[in-house]
Design a binder for this molecule. Structure first.
Ligand code: SAM
Length: 271
């Protein structure tokens, strides 16, 4: 570990020899919490699909814009962020509590490295609250139950699923997870989603995902806009609908590139 920090001392031996998404994502975002194997796989993916870093950064910029909109304009004060990733710049609680310090945020991830670093996510404002749940997205019951310690499910919640449903390979299972969680939150709640797609970015995307699935964890899938629309069944999609996340309400002057990336960004409201 010469050029970066050790991600943790609490992660098992096997985890350090196989690239994991949370750490590779952190590497692409310019973070320091990755192992040599994560850099090696991350660089290979980058050589196959050069816009991946742009997509990762556009995803985080989308998070900031979406959370800002929900806090500032929609009056949301509760966030359930599933598939949080390693702490980075502008985590959900930082964006929300900058605007409304009383905001309450529950983070969920199942990666051991994220668990070790979770305390960096628990540094919220004294007026608000943050919590971390070590849970798998395939277990929505456990997530809802755990989140109820911190969130009031009688008041609107923004459910953030950024770059996570792509790790639930079966589309019906993914839809079931979204439905279970959105059923638990009241009218006026939101679903915030980013998801990689093979509809954008040409042929390289499919080969890149094949390479990932043969060499890293967990396995990933892309989805097209019709499948993404299905996740929003019964919800009112906010303008501009299903677009590359870099093009969801970009700021003027743009702080990041608005170039099309192979990652959709969508926000919907539960009526
Ligand atoms: C692409 S990163 C996205 C991180 C963050 N949401 C963002 O948009 O920057 C995906 C995250 O989902 C987590 N993840 C993958 N599969 C998961 C599962 N089955 N349950 C919970 N978290 C999962 C990974 O550990 C990783 O931290």
């Amino acid at each position: 570990m010469s050029e970066h920090n050790s991600p943790s001392s609490g992660v098992g031996e096997r985890a350090t020899t196989v690239a994991h998404n949370a750490r590779v994502w952190n590497y692409w975002l310019g973070g320091k919490n990755y192992y040599p194997v994560d850099k090696e796989i991350g660089d290979h993916v980058l050589s196959m699909f050069p816009t991946i870093v742009e997509a990762a950064r556009a995803d985080r910029a989308f998070l900031r814009r979406a959370v800002t909109h929900l806090t500032e304009t929609a009056g949301i004060r509760q966030f359930l962020d599933i598939g949080t990733g390693l702490p980075t710049v502008d985590n959900t609680h930082e964006v929300a509590q900058r605007i409304a310090p009383e905001s309450r945020i529950v983070y969920v991830d199942n990666d051991p490295t994220v668990l070790v670093h979770a305390r960096a996510l628990l540094t919220g404002s004294p007026e608000g609250a943050t919590d971390y749940i070590d849970a798998d997205a395939h277990e929505p019951e456990a997530i809802v139950q755990g989140a109820a310690r911190t969130l009031d499910f009688d008041r609107p919640v923004a459910v953030m699923m950024l770059g996570i449903l792509n790790f639930v390979l079966d589309t019906d299972t993914a839809k079931g997870i979204v439905r279970r969680i959105m059923d638990a939150v009241p009218s006026g709640s939101y679903l915030v989603l980013t998801h990689p797609t093979l509809e954008i970015g040409g042929e390289g995307g499919a080969a890149m995902m094949r390479f990932w699935n043969e060499n890293a964890k967990p396995p990933i899938t892309g989805r097209d806009s019709a499948q993404i629309a299905d996740f929003f069944e019964g919800l009112q999609m906010l303008e501009p609908g299903i677009v590359p996340c870099s093009q969801w309400r970009p700021e003027q002057p743009a702080d990041v590139s608005e170039r099309e990336v192979a990652e959709f960004g969508v926000v919907g409201r539960k009526p």
